[in-house]
Design a protein around this ligand. Structure first.
Ligand code: NAP
Ligand code: GDD
Length: 344
């Protein structure tokens, strides 16, 4: 029998890759989208799958809407990928972030409990919950210490998912995912900002790339690999929580260096701290500058995950390695900027 899935946040990076993954497996797919004034379907269009999805109106902060959505679509699986996902924005909009990322999860779980408790549920939890990391690497048993309103709200979303599983027997799993990127990544996030910015600097559309803290380290994987892990979690007989990560950590500075090299720059650093500059030694151009306003009030300095539980229980492992990920993103933005195609 054809299985039905509902994806919230289908217009985002992960939503697009997960939609393609589920369509390839024959799922009937409902894509929950909120009303926005710009074009929300560009990623789905880029993957060539927009026409295979049934779109339904959705807002995380509106219980009646969520309840009717679950009742009308009657899915077998719900993937809750929707959230206010920008960490920096969460410092300026902490209350909305909590409404969407914390209480929003409870709204969905309540709707599932009332409409059909057999629906399997995936919650998009995050390595941001580890924040000021209490152990290296971080796994399912590492204590949490979030460092942003985003991380705090997601931690509530994580625990309410665990609580509904334990209280009501829901098949509800929380995926604790470390940073995952792709050519479909939003341009507000540092990796895409770097590859798009460098491509624009190279073509003369932008003078310099302005960045914040270059010393922080992240465990960066490829989003296409991570959506498979989400699906595998919901195929298990019993729900549980899993870390998905590569186990390798790199600094933002290293990401910039590898991306710059892939774009044909020869980057050298001059100066220190806020005065540091990234110079292209061939042309002498100042390619990278530091902008203090891009620093966060509290930072997550080092994330690196231990995904051995997912390896053992799901047979999951990431395929794309760090250098190939950077090269893939750099090549996509280099091409897009040169041929003037739409960027998202
Ligand atoms: P993304 O590209 O920013 O997508 C977020 C999605 O949520 C978009 O479709 C957005 O809709 C939707 N959304 C935001 N607020 C909403 C609201 N109030 N009501 C309904 N929909 C709303 O994020 P992503 O990178 O794909 O990440 C997917 C999920 O995984 C997020 O929950 C994120 O917090 C979490 N996560 C991501 C990573 C990562 O590295 N990518 C790691 C760990 C966890 P619009 O298109 O209308 O904005
Ligand atoms: N966005 C951004 N812009 N970040 C910068 C910049 C800049 O100009 N300069 C330095 N950074 C640093 C940030 O301070 C942060 O430490 C790091 O780069 C990564 O920032 P983001 O790419 O914005 O991602 P994030 O790690 O804060 O959050 C992402 O990953 C989380 C999982 O750990 C998002 O996808 C979250 O939704 C996700 O939960």
């Amino acid at each position: 029998m054809t299985r039905r899935a509902l994806i919230t946040g289908i217009t985002g990076q992960d939503g697009a890759y997960l939609a393609r993954f589920l369509l390839d497996r024959g799922y009937e797919l409902f894509g929950a989208v909120r009303r926005v004034s710009s074009q929300p379907f560009l990623r789905l269009r880029e993957l060539g799958i927009e026409q295979h999805i049934r779109f339904v109106p959705f807002e995380l902060c509106e219980f009646g809407n969520l309840f009717r959505l679950v009742e009308e679509t009657q899915p077998d699986e719900i993937y809750n990928l929707a959230s206010q996902s920008f960490v920096h924005t969460s410092f300026g909009q902490p209350i909305y972030t909590a409404e969407a990322n914390a209480v929003g999860v409870t709204r969905l779980l309540e709707a599932i409990r009332m409409v059909n408790p057999r629906i399997r549920f995936y919650q998009a939890s995050t390595s941001e919950m580890f924040g000021k990391a209490q152990a290296v690497p971080q796994s399912e048993v590492t204590p949490f210490y979030p460092r942003s309103p985003y991380g705090v709200a997601k931690l509530y979303g994580h625990w309410i998912t665990v609580n509904y599983r334990e209280s009501y027997g829901l098949h509800a799993s929380s995926g604790i995912l470390f940073n995952h990127e792709s050519p479909l990544r939003g341009m507000e996030f540092v990796t895409r900002k770097v590859t798009l910015g460098l491509a624009r600097v190279k073509c003369g559309f932008q003078e310099t790339l302005e960045l914040g803290n270059l010393d922080v380290q992240r465990d960066w994987g490829f989003a296409g690999d991570y959506v498979e892990g989400m699906w595998l979690m919901l195929q298990r007989p019993a729900a549980s929580d899993m870390v998905l990560a590569t186990g390798r950590t790199e600094s933002v500075k290293t990401f910039v260096e590898v991306a710059a090299s892939a774009m044909g720059f020869t980057l050298a650093w001059e100066g220190q701290g806020l005065k540091m500059l990234g110079i292209d030694t061939r042309s002498g151009r100042r390619v990278v500058r530091i902008d203090q306003s891009l620093y966060r009030p509290a930072e997550v300095d080092l994330l690196v995950g231990d995904a051995s539980k997912a390896g053992t229980e799901l047979g999951w492992k990431p395929r794309v390695q760090f250098p190939d990920l950077v090269a893939m993103m750099a090549a996509a933005d280099d091409r897009r900027v040169r041929d003037g195609s739409v960027v998202f």
